[in-house]
Write a protein that binds this ligand. Structure first.
Ligand code: AKG
Length: 275
């Protein structure tokens, strides 16, 4: 089943994103936030720096979001019926911290080819211009890959501070989402986000990304879960879904996956750090 409307598909084609798409209720978003914060409290550091990747492997509620039928119906409209999950990222911006995301293209550093993949940004809290929502350079996915500087700058939530310079801000659009809504964005579209100036956290849970079964990881290894359909290509190792919160063996799998990811994110870079 596919469910993006012709207008939403046109928006994706013309602008490189679809937003907003309703997924779940505010109350459900609150429950998910509670589970995230419970993990942060029980195992400090588990969801920060390189730990912010693949939280769906240790959190049953984030696992459910990752495999949510509504999200997959929308993703299927773009990728077709055979869909894998190849990772997730928590983008959390706390108030009074300097967190931001420099303008970049995901296709520049994620290593997935061909570009038959899409990223779902799911709002666990409201996300708006005051708390640093994503901004997208509309239509920029139609250009080639752009040069990115590696800035390694303080507060940048990207591993290497990958940055496209001279983005025309007046051609960027804020993706304003209520908790429980999502946006989908194209691997080539230039996007970033500014500081959180509010007095609450901004939490985005990002499935980064849903990939077609024909997509390979060119920069290293990353495991996948089958989200929908069949995988006739078997390019990747598969991992199971979590059955319980903070299960010990799931924590180990997450750690291994995130170590592999560091290799991918720092491929070709002289400088390494932990992020
Ligand atoms: O959460 C943000 O502000 C940026 C997220 C991002 O860069 C992405 O989802 O690709």
């Amino acid at each position: 089943m596919t469910n993006l409307s012709p207008n939403q598909l046109k928006q994706y084609e013309n602008e490189g994103f679809v937003s907003p798409v309703d997924i779940f209720s505010k109350d459900r978003a609150k429950e998910i936030r509670k589970e995230i914060e419970m993990i942060e409290e029980k195992i400090p550091g588990e969801l920060s720096k390189s730990g912010r990747y693949n939280a769906h492997l240790i959190s049953p509620l984030l696992d459910k979001v990752t495999h949510d039928a509504k999200i997959l119906n929308a993703v299927q409209s773009i990728l077709g019926k055979n869909i894998l999950v190849c990772g997730t990222t928590l983008f959390i911006k706390n108030p009074n911290e300097k967190g931001f995301v420099s303008f970049h293209q995901d296709a520049k550093y994620i290593g997935l080819k061909p570009l038959n993949w899409v990223t779902a940004w799911v709002a666990i809290t409201d996300s708006n211009e005051n708390n640093g929502c994503m901004r997208i350079w509309s239509g920029s996915h139609k250009d080639n890959l752009k040069d990115h500087d590696q800035m390694f700058n303080e507060g940048n939530l990207l591993t290497r501070g990958q940055t496209v310079n001279n983005v025309p801000i007046n051609e960027t659009k804020p993706l304003i989402l209520k908790a429980g809504q999502m946006s989908l964005h194209h691997p080539m579209v230039v996007h970033g986000s500014d500081l959180n100036k509010s007095d609450d956290r901004r939490i985005g849970f990002v499935i980064q990304s849903y990939i077609g079964t024909n997509v390979k990881q060119m920069l290293g290894k990353n495991s996948v879960q089958l989200a929908r359909g069949v995988d006739k290509f078997n390019y990747h190792k598969t991992i199971g879904r979590t059955k319980s919160l903070l299960n010990k063996s799931d924590l180990k799998v997450k750690k291994q996956e995130n170590d592999n990811l560091q290799e991918i994110f720092y491929a070709g870079s002289q400088k390494k750090g932990e992020y």
